[in-house]
Design a protein around this ligand. Sequence first.
Ligand SMILES: O=C(O)c1cc(C(=O)O)c2c(n1)C(=O)C(=O)c1cc(C(=O)O)[nH]c1-2
Length: 248
Amino acid sequence: MKMSELLSKEDFEKKLRDMGSMYHIHHPFHVRMYEGSCTKEEIQGWVANRFYYQCAIPIKDAAIMSNNPPIEDRRKWVDRILDHDSVGGGIEAWLDLGVAVGLKKEDLLSHKFVLPAVRFAVDAYINFARRSPWKEAAMSSLTEMFAPQIHQQRLDTWPKNYPWIEQNGLRYFQKRLSEARRDVQHGLSMTLVEFDTVELQNRACEILQFKLDILWTMCDALYLAYELKRPPYFNIKDCNATRKITCD
Ligand SMILES: O=C(O)c1cc(C(=O)O)c2c(n1)C(=O)C(=O)c1cc(C(=O)O)[nH]c1-2
């Protein structure tokens, strides 16, 4: 609901943090994953589809850089790109996760299992970063306020629930715990200072909702394809465009 009065910084932060009640950690697909009810194919489908998001993150961060933030912010933003793109960084760690769950690196890199709705949702994030003023695009990363909990949940439960996954594949989640907290410190302090009218505070909430929608929509696509077994064209005879996971 829209605010009609300017919130204090404390109340504005609380309002943003309260939106964590819509984080994808609560999506039924993630709940099943965390509880240990996912099949190997479901885990593989999630890892392969999420790789498209992983690849998009440094691209959207570069798009934010191209929209001319001040140098102090650019210096911090470079670290975000390196977190993912450097040698041994997030992209490589995610590829290791792929191998740990039984996927081939080349299949991940080809994005051949990526569902159309996942692609559209992730592309919407990149396009938003390209077209928006840098502060709006930067604050859209604030779903990361809620991310350490979801990474920790995986670290705590996957070894017990999915013993077939090689442990070294979980390095990505460990690595993100501190990186996400550092990103949030910067993104949140900027947002609390810069979004300083009632209109801007409402705009910030709208943007955070947009980002929550992207993450939730990705889970919806996974749920439909892997849990309900209704990927696109599932009812079309002999259709080879269903992005069915096929590996052994
Ligand atoms: O595993 C997750 O659920 C999850 C969620 C999010 C997020 O909330 O956007 C990110 C990540 N992971 C992540 O690993 C990551 O590097 C990241 C960067 C960003 C961003 O918007 O800049 N979000 C996320």
